[in-house]
Design a binder for this molecule. Structure first.
Ligand SMILES: [Fe+2]
Ligand SMILES: [Fe+2]
Length: 183
């Protein structure tokens, strides 16, 4: 498997860890623990800064080259590309919802808040699972060396701000809770 696809898979493994932490925080929020909202907010900032802004555009480039190579315009790619377009806005709205809840400005019930957070986590997970189960194996089977060479030129290598040796300050608490979870 080419290192670009391996890198995208690694991103998924990392995002899965973040989603697990979000799921755990959601249980606390459902029980009335508002401190958990802050960690939820940090996790959504991570999704905004890396998966939404860097990971998905990178996948779009791989999908484009796949389409060119195979002539395949399968519905699944359209679905994923559409989701890539929508997800940054979905994350912004999600952050706004959390921000309102943190500051006591939200007028929705806790039940409704929990439902909306669950929907966001599910959307992220389902999107990722579809790529892992259907699309990545197809890409791995189809793309040739010359395609990956082209992608090497098209894809820049911005690093992940959370899963790195130099974790950004704003993600330190989130990182600690993820590594605490793994331990
Ligand atoms: Fe994606
Ligand atoms: Fe992805």
């Amino acid at each position: 498997m080419h290192s670009i696809l391996k890198g995208l898979q690694k991103d998924h493994i990392n995002l899965a860890k973040v989603l697990d932490i979000m799921q755990l925080q959601l249980e606390r929020i459902a029980e009335g623990d508002d401190v958990a909202l802050a960690l939820m907010f940090d996790a959504s900032t991570y999704i905004q800064n890396y998966p939404d802004m860097i990971h998905h555009p990178r996948e779009n480039k791989v999908f484009e080259v796949f389409k060119y190579r195979s002539g395949d315009e399968a519905e699944v790619f359209k679905t994923l590309i559409q989701q890539h377009e929508e997800m940054p806005d979905v994350t912004i709205k999600f952050k706004r919802l959390l921000n309102e809840a943190i500051n006591g400005l939200g007028f929705i019930s806790r039940e409704e808040l929990v439902k909306k957070i669950q929907e966001y986590i599910d959307l992220e997970r389902e999107h990722m699972n579809l790529e892992e189960a259907v699309v990545f194996p197809l890409i791995n089977k189809t793309l040739e060396d010359k395609d990956w060479k082209l992608l090497e030129e098209l894809i820049e290598t911005e690093s992940d701000p959370l899963f790195t040796d130099k974790i950004e300050e704003s993600f330190k608490v989130l990182y600690q809770s993820i590594s605490g979870q793994a331990a």
